[in-house]
Design a protein around this ligand. Sequence first.
Ligand SMILES: C[S@@+](CC[C@H](N)C(=O)[O-])C[C@H]1O[C@@H](n2cnc3c(N)ncnc32)[C@H](O)[C@@H]1O
Length: 227
Amino acid sequence: MSERMVRKLDLKIALSKIRPHPSPNAYLEQYTITPEVAAELLYLAAYTHDDIADKTVADLGCGTGRLAIGAALMGAKETTGVDIDRAAISTASRNAERLHVTPITQWVTADITVLRGDFDTVLQNPPFGVQRRNADRRFLKTALEIGRNIYSLHKSTDNNRKQSGTNQKTKLYIDTPSRFLKKTIQRYGGEITAIYTLQMSIPHMFGFHRKPKHQFYVDLYIIDSQH
Ligand SMILES: C[S@@+](CC[C@H](N)C(=O)[O-])C[C@H]1O[C@@H](n2cnc3c(N)ncnc32)[C@H](O)[C@@H]1O
């Protein structure tokens, strides 16, 4: 598929057709990126940085496939989604059929660390490490081993300050890196080129969720691999 301009609204509408995971698992932090945040990330990657059209794209911890399928809709050469959970992968594959991008998408059921290859772009919304400490660190390491340009979402530091600062849905802030992530990214051979803060929301999914909808901020790290 070659480069083409996709209106952000059309992209959000397409991405909202992605069907959810039938039985999400809290331990794997299986919540889905919102169509709004996915569209912002894909727009930045495609039109600000030219990292999608005609590129090979990996989506690590792809879940139901929103980022991989979005990249395919925006003209990626080929997208590969990897998830450890078989039900997530079969849902992603059916979602790709529904959105007519099956020929340029591949789905792999595996731990991300077994993926080998050389991808132009890696997109990831990893577990934040709330259930398993440092889960996001493993994702960063793999992303930097296999990819050149990385778009990685992380739970934002200082959510309280941001929460009181705005109630806009997908306001973009330019932010500063967390010291921990900066050190981790440097250790694995990456250089942070930009950080944007976006508002994410997840519906009530698990027994421990207290509100019908949980809203919080995430930081999108854009990283160049120095390998
Ligand atoms: C926060 S969800 C994001 C799902 C999807 N990328 C999205 O944004 O809608 C994290 C995903 O990572 C997957 N995952 C967690 N640990 C993994 C691992 N070690 N290898 C592969 N996938 C993993 C989970 O099954 C889950 O689907």
